[in-house]
Design a binder for this molecule. Structure first.
Ligand code: ADP
Ligand code: MG
Length: 591
């Protein structure tokens, strides 16, 4: 349909004033105003339902955002992130202006938390800049409040867009600084592999968060800013000079952790898990002043943990577990209810299948019998009665023959001193490099335990998902993909438990995981298509068309409707969610 004028929208809204809420459907469509376009793509069913999806667009002839600040995928993603937050700031200043029943008058944008990742909330092109909003259309009871709707849609949203999206000198400086910070992080991340590093933690970083429920930096007198031990200090090049506390330098110094096996030891409450968490989040860029913005980690770093009771579908956990008492094979191990050790073993193998290059594990979320078995216990319980080959006997192989590095927080077992390349110690929130001391101790006190790994760690066998087992429909035949809570995903009739996926960022990312799985099942799954192939295809799709292309509403070109709120997931979280779908069935492919 051809675009109408904003005046037409005004007339429609006044005409339906006082009518039943469904009359708002007449307002669907695209309406031009002098500087841009307002698109009402989806109208909520009633005042309490999920808000309506509305886009407001400003033409570049008015917005005048210079092409030079969004001419690469990273700068564009960063600029879009910045602009979404600007819109959000304006919305917050407006406050909760609820002028009627239910969600009447509420306006929101999905602008994200401390991480900066590609989102559908805002889009910049050479021709326009567009905010994708959720708007509660005003109602009194179940009646349309037409006059309020005119004010909200034709005046407020337009002014909101003009205020937050039109370029000005003040805006330009802040936007450039924001984009530069994100570009720095991504360029630092790209330097890691060439330097043989798995992560980098800049000096002066602020790692702890203000509380268990807040992701903001700790601001307190007791804060200890990060300082690299001299032996591990390296410098990475910056794409743009950074300000405080790095004094406009073009290099940034900090701790570089080399590939291989790294152990983080130290007493309880000395900051071990805080360091590991900062590293696990370092797969994503962070907002300026997060404190962890210059903590960068290899993008294929996966946090692995025990998760008893999850389902497992034909995963080869035999490198860790074999000869179960019930005689079940562990080469294609399936269970409806995993134990701590089988779940942790499966998580490692699944992460290797999704092509992780670094695995992170924390004693706080690992199971002891999977991590270690000391010499005395080996003597008491003979190997023939113990199905588990502990990680300590596999970790070097994983690093050497599979090129997968590991970082472990382990305060309690000296057995790992023999297998670690790097040993870091946390003491009063300060890191020291104890690698040499650990070697001395390992040499002076030879370990009496025997290595238990019976045969080489096998190559990871590809698994081929059966598309029919990945079923997004409910009993009533409708696709249902939604996010009932921050750590679950509803997929058809099933609710996937995502509590143990610590690297998920937010609900929009989970929603995108759901659509990615659905998309893969519909488009890519087939006779010989392994999980890692599916992940490659999904990444290719997102690299070409953006995360929006996962949306069921997406189409190519300038006229796609509001895609819904999505944020780009990593391949590892897509795989992990698929692996937790209890209906999943796979067959094994040829290696
Ligand atoms: P561990 O894993 O060694 O037991 P945690 O990492 O859980 O210790 O940290 C214990 C507490 O110390 C947490 O409340 C955390 O926020 C705080 N903390 C961690 N690092 C720092 C730091 N650099 N400065 C101040 N407090 C910190
Ligand atoms: Mg801890």
């Amino acid at each position: 349909m051809a675009d109408r004028q904003i005046g037409d929208l005004e007339r429609i809204l006044l005409r339906i004033d006082g009518r039943g809420y469904r009359a708002y459907r007449d307002a669907k469509g695209r309406f031009r105003f002098a500087e841009g376009l307002l698109c009402i793509d989806h109208v909520q069913g009633d005042p309490f339902a999920t808000p309506s999806r509305i886009r407001v667009r400003i033409d570049q002839s008015k917005a005048k955002i210079p092409r030079s600040i969004f001419d690469t995928p990273v700068s564009r993603m960063a600029l879009e992130d910045y602009l979404a937050r600007r819109v959000d700031d304006r919305l917050r200043k407006r406050g909760h202006s609820n002028s009627g029943t239910g969600k009447s008058g509420l306006v929101s944008i999905d602008s994200g938390g401390q991480e900066v990742i590609e989102r559908t909330a805002l889009s910049v092109t050479e021709n326009w800049v567009e905010a994708r909003l959720e708007v509660g259309l005003p109602a009194a009871g179940r009646r349309v409040l037409g006059r309020q709707a005119v004010q909200l849609l034709t005046q407020y949203l337009r002014q909101l867009a003009l205020d937050s999206l039109v370029f000005s000198p003040e805006f330009a400086d802040r936007a450039r600084a924001w984009v530069a910070c994100i570009e720095n992080q991504e360029s630092m991340r790209r330097q890691l592999r060439d330097r043989g590093l798995v992560c980098f933690v800049a000096d002066a970083s602020v790692l702890p968060r203000s509380s268990g429920v807040s992701d903001r930096p700790l601001a307190s007198n007791s804060l200890v800013a990060f300082q690299s031990p001299p032996s591990l200090r390296v410098s990475l090049k910056l794409a743009h000079p950074v300000a405080h506390p790095y004094k406009g330098e073009t290099e940034i110094s900090g701790m570089g952790i080399p590939a291989g096996v790294t152990l983080i030891i130290g007493g309880g409450y000395h900051g071990k898990s805080t360091l590991l968490r900062a590293i696990e989040r370092g797969v994503y860029p962070h907002v300026p002043n997060d404190g962890r913005e210059y903590v960068v980690t290899d993008p294929d770093t996966v946090k692995v943990r025990a998760e008893d009771r999850r389902g497992i579908e034909k995963v080869d956990i035999s490198p860790f577990i074999r000869d179960l008492p019930d005689g079940q094979s562990t080469v294609q191990f399936s269970t409806e209810e995993a134990s701590g050790s089988t779940s942790q073993a499966a998580a490692i193998v699944e992460s290797m299948e999704s092509e992780a290059r670094v695995l992170l594990m924390d004693e706080d979320t690992s199971v002891t019998n999977f991590m270690m078995r000391d010499a005395r216990m080996q003597r008491l319980v003979s190997k023939s009665n113990e199905p588990i080959t502990p990680l300590v006997d596999r970790i070097r192989e994983i690093s050497e023959s599979h090129q997968v590095s590991t970082m472990l927080v382990m305060g309690g077992s000296g057995d790992y001193l023999d297998v670690a390349d790097t040993v870091l110690m946390m003491r009063n929130y300060e890191v020291s490099d104890e690698t040499a001391a650990a070697r001395r101790i390992a040499a002076a006190m030879p370990n009496a335990r025997a290595n238990e790994s019976p045969e080489p760690f096998p190559t990871i066998r590809p698994r081929i998902p059966d598309a029919r087992s990945v079923y997004p429909f409910t009993n009533r035949g409708r696709v249902r993909i939604d996010v009932p809570s921050i750590d679950s995903l509803r997929f058809g009739n099933e609710t996937i438990d995502l509590r143990c996926l610590e690297q998920l960022t937010d609900r929009s990312q989970i929603r995108a995981v759901g659509w990615a799985i659905q998309f893969a099942a519909r488009q890519f799954m087939g006779d010989d298509v392994s999980i890692s192939r599916l992940l490659d295809e999904l990444e290719k799709l997102m690299n070409t068309h953006g995360v929006a292309s996962l949306s069921p509403f997406w189409r190519a070109g300038d006229n796609a409707p509001h895609p819904g709120n999505l944020a780009r997931p990593r391949r590892h979280e897509i795989a992990a969610a698929l692996n937790r779908l209890r209906s999943l069935r796979v067959s094994s492919g040829s290696t």
